[in-house]
Write a protein that binds this ligand. Structure first.
Ligand code: FES
Ligand code: MG
Length: 577
């Protein structure tokens, strides 16, 4: 908020709608073509509802309805709601990967908020890259901001069983390859998996990010787990509309909530939820926008020893609907409050401890008590070594315990095409101990750092019953995926990282407990191979692909574009006429 000549705060929107000159005439008059009455422009806070609705983003396809809920609350509290669209990223529909466009969405969000006459923002989003992309953009403007998430789909149902988004796709597809599931059953499961609007109902990246948003105090309590179609989500949208108007009056900006304490709480919560590995790149990127120093090592420091309590797929057996009915994020935070910083501020204007104070756990098999965790020491671990000098990560809660310390020969795929062409070869020289390596799938290489790190198990081994192997790449993996999968190797191969010089037959040793990942060759040999190695030529020479490849940072700092780090603020620019 700026101030007038009597030092009274002036809402940002008054620069658009609060004057008697030609420009304000234009701003008001054209808005009135939608039937808004005079009093909409009487100085009440203007609330932008940043909507990622799209029929191509099924997870966000109901957000126009939720926007109506937000509007009810904004009007009720004396504000003026205006809904606007931004780019929508349909994780399951977009190629080569939604992650390529997360930063573009963030630019759309940032520039839209700054360019229009709004005083506060409600971010409506859900699908994986939406929440981080919206928060990154909003953080760079730093107006009062609240998130309303899409909410998860109802539990998948098939043949009387619960099935989970993503997680069971990976399982079914391996079962088909092993000859244990018929093609007819595989096709039939499709319709039962996705039965309602909403995001993946496993603890994938969407529900992870929604959970972290709630644990960071960026949404109302219970925002993460209420199913998309639960009437209470509409009520939550309404209450969010009321609250954002108050937040504008309090000048409670995003940067006052997005503190270092909030990020530390997010890391702890992610571990306790068995949350997605993608949270690492997203939290790092958001922190970079708001100017909070956060490093890859903070994930090991704050998260590694935290037990996983939420028994949801892919780490456990239940789904988000069950998590909601068990008490959701407030009940989880209540159980881990001794690990959290209860004084961290929230959009409610109260400390985060107020979110969990009255919370109860209604199902101790879904939200396990501390003395019966799903896994102990479950948080994401950072690994380093001569293959990953700037780090790599693994999610032990979704890995096989016996592979967390492992040494074996590597089998290398030089690209995703190489993998797809050869993984099912009956003569592939691999056994269950082999370490699979995949190159060229990092931010620049793919481009966009696709979710291909959970490589399929070679068909000949699937047929023998093998369901997990150590896999190493510079890719990410879906938050719904599982396995002993080492991801985000940095620097990536395309940026000259030493993963590029690993050859089939080399021995690799991993020790997740010690945080080590090493290629067992001499330093001289490593130097010599690096000197002779050239990254493949990438064929992208124009447009957003080129901008992205030229400017994307590596995974260890969040894979944002280098020129987007930090804030430009909510400056009111010069007039358009
Ligand atoms: Fe949208 Fe999983 S695909 S949340
Ligand atoms: Mg995903």
């Amino acid at each position: 908020m700026s101030t007038d000549n009597t030092n009274k705060p002036v809402l940002r929107s008054r620069h658009w709608y609060g004057k008697t000159d030609k420009d304000s005439f234009i701003h008001r008059s054209w808005m009135k073509n939608q039937g808004f009455p005079d009093h909409a422009f009487d100085g009440r806070p203007v609330i932008g509802i940043c909507n990622t609705w799209s029929e191509l983003t099924p997870c966000n396809s109901h957000l126009r309805t939720l926007a109506e809920g937000v509007k009810r609350g904004v009007w009720e509290a004396g504000g003026f709601p205006v809904e606007f669209p931004v780019m929508s990223l349909g994780e399951t529909q977009i190629r080569p990967t939604a992650m390529l466009y997360r930063n573009l969405l963030s630019m759309d969000v940032e520039e839209s908020i700054r360019a229009y006459g709004m005083d506060g923002v409600v971010l409506l989003g859900g699908c994986d890259k939406t929440t981080p992309g919206q928060l990154m953009g909003a953080a760079s403007v730093d107006l009062p901001t609240i998130v309303v998430s899409s909410g998860p789909m109802l539990n998948g149902k098939w043949r009387g069983k619960d099935i989970g988004s993503g997680t069971d796709v990976w399982k079914f597809s391996e079962a088909v390859r092993a000859g244990e599931m018929s093609m007819a059953d595989f096709m039939a499961a499709e319709s039962g998996m996705s039965r309602s609007p909403g995001v993946c109902m496993t603890m994938g990246t969407a529900s992870t990010m929604a959970g972290l948003v709630e644990a960071m105090g960026l949404s109302l309590p219970h925002n993460a787990a209420l199913p998309a179609v639960d009437a209470r989500r509409m009520a939550l949208a309404h209450m969010t509309g009321k609250r954002i108007v108050e937040m504008v009056k309090e000048d409670l900006r995003l940067s006052k909530v997005l503190t270092r304490a909030a990020f530390e709480n997010a890391i702890v919560t992610n571990a306790a939820m068995g949350g997605s590995t993608n949270a690492v790149v997203h939290l790092l990127a958001i922190a970079g926008r708001v100017g909070v120093p956060l490093t890859l090592d903070d994930f090991s420091t704050y998260g590694a020893d935290v037990p996983c309590l939420v028994n949801c797929m892919p780490s456990g057996q239940y789904l988000m609907e069950d998590f909601c009915y068990a008490g959701g994020i407030p009940a989880l935070l209540n159980s881990i409050q001794h690990l959290l910083q209860g004084a961290a501020p929230t959009i409610m204007g109260q400390a985060i401890s107020s979110y969990w104070q009255a919370a109860e756990n209604f199902n101790p098999d879904v939200i396990r008590p501390l003395n019966n965790p799903l896994r102990t020491a479950a948080g994401i671990r950072v690994l380093r070594g001569n293959i990953a000098p700037r780090g790599a990560i693994i999610k032990p809660s979704a890995a096989s315990e016996h592979l967390l310390q492992h040494e074996a020969e590597a089998y290398v795929f030089e690209s995703i095409e190489d993998l797809k062409a050869n993984i099912d070869r009956p003569d592939l020289p691999v056994d269950e101990n082999t370490i699979l390596v995949l190159k060229g799938c990092g931010p620049k290489g793919y481009p966009g750092m696709a979710e291909v790190g959970n490589m399929p198990i070679p068909r000949k081994l699937v047929e023998q019953g093998v369901r997990d192997m150590v896999r190493i790449s510079d890719a990410r993996m879906s938050g719904t995926a599982f396995g002993t999968v080492i991801l985000h190797v940095t620097p990536e191969t395309q940026a000259g990282g030493p993963l590029g010089i690993v050859q089939t037959g080399d021995r690799i040793r991993i020790d997740v407990f010690k945080g080590e990942l090493n290629l067992l060759i001499s330093e001289d040999e490593l130097e010599q191979r690096l000197a002779n190695w050239q990254p493949p030529v990438i064929p992208f020479t124009r447009g957003y692909y080129k901008l992205y490849i030229d400017h994307v940072m590596q995974a260890d700092t969040g894979a944002d574009l280098d020129f987007l780090v930090g804030r430009s603020g909510s400056e009111v620019s010069r007039e358009s006429h």
